[in-house]
Design a protein around this ligand. Sequence first.
Ligand code: NAP
Ligand code: GDD
Length: 339
Amino acid sequence: MAKKRALITGISGQDGAYLAQFLLNKGYSVFGGERQNASGSLWRLKYLGIEKKIKVIPLELLEENNVNDVVRNGKFDEIYNLAAQSFVANSYASPIFTSNVNALGVTRLLEAIRHFSNKTKFYQASTSEMYGNSNIKKQSEKTSFHPISPYAVSKLYAHWMVNMYKDAYGLFCCSGILFNHESPLRGDEFVTKKIISNLAKIKYGNLTKMGLGNIYSKRDWGFSKDYVEAMWKMLQKKKPENYVISSGKTYTVKEFVNKAAKNFGFNLSWTGVGLKEKAIDLNTNKVIISIEKKYFRPTEVNSLFGDSTKAIKELKWLPRTNLDKLIRIMCEYEKSKYN
Ligand code: NAP
Ligand code: GDD
């Protein structure tokens, strides 16, 4: 039987790398879309030892003709749209670019599928950020959306477009509403990676301290490698449906810092409030974390806490890696850079 053909947009990103690895193990031919002005690095694929197994093709979501050509010529069985301007903090400075890629980029893909490849199944990377500051304690597929950042608004547009193309044109398209997921391959700007890589620099390198923003926001953090499996499972269902994918546990950024610091042997003591709050390492009596205004966002999602009951039941999917284990994996990776 011919190998299934899958296109992953955003192949240079965290999820792109783990999903590519997962699909290769399932026997797929994997194509990766890389944008024209790409950061130029496929280091994540190299790290996983799969860069030679992926057929990388130019794919810029801002370019309608490029999107049309890729979808028309690719004859893909499945397309996973992971490409996005994915950093919430940056979306305030570039709301137009963010909307063009994250919202209209998805419409370009859906239109291309509708016109040139309407049997191709489509997965869209939706996000828990779309819930905003929900008054529902645990967010599920039934919880209403109140996006509060340009990023979240752009993603909700895409989410509803996917629903619309499914209903109006009968395309097999669906969205995974994924809560935060991390790994050693996470981008440096995201808080988990920032905390762990900076703690490693403080311990083994030349950094003396790091600044953070709102350490009281809560996130439901899981492991990217576990979450990409759910994306694939969604496209293997008979009918397309949306699913929440989360760990079902929530922690503050401060709790994350405390857990990560223990992995490096720091003995943290917190003092002060607001912008005066800081963490001292009692081993050295030095301040290693301070709070800095520049890291606060104009609007903040205070708490995310996911309910994946539907995915657990219908996809037989489970979050296998708890936060302590995830932090251990990420810390070991950063430590290995200094050995
Ligand atoms: P990521 O590491 O930031 O990767 C984003 C990818 O999109 C990169 O490959 C990037 O390319 C590419 N990209 C950006 N703009 C593009 C454009 N105009 N045309 C084509 N490609 C473009 O993100 P991730 O953590 O893997 O997340 C994957 C997807 O899931 C994203 O859509 C994100 O919004 C969504 N999501 C993530 C999480 C999470 O916690 N990780 C949770 C919910 C949803 P460059 O390398 O060139 O920048
Ligand atoms: N990045 C960052 N840097 N965040 C900080 C900092 C800091 O110095 N200090 C505190 N935070 C807080 C943020 O304000 C936010 O409340 C939380 O840490 C997590 O921030 P990020 O790691 O940047 O992730 P995010 O939750 O904004 O967005 C991620 O998850 C979404 C799913 O909920 C991204 O991966 C999005 O693409 C994804 O959709």
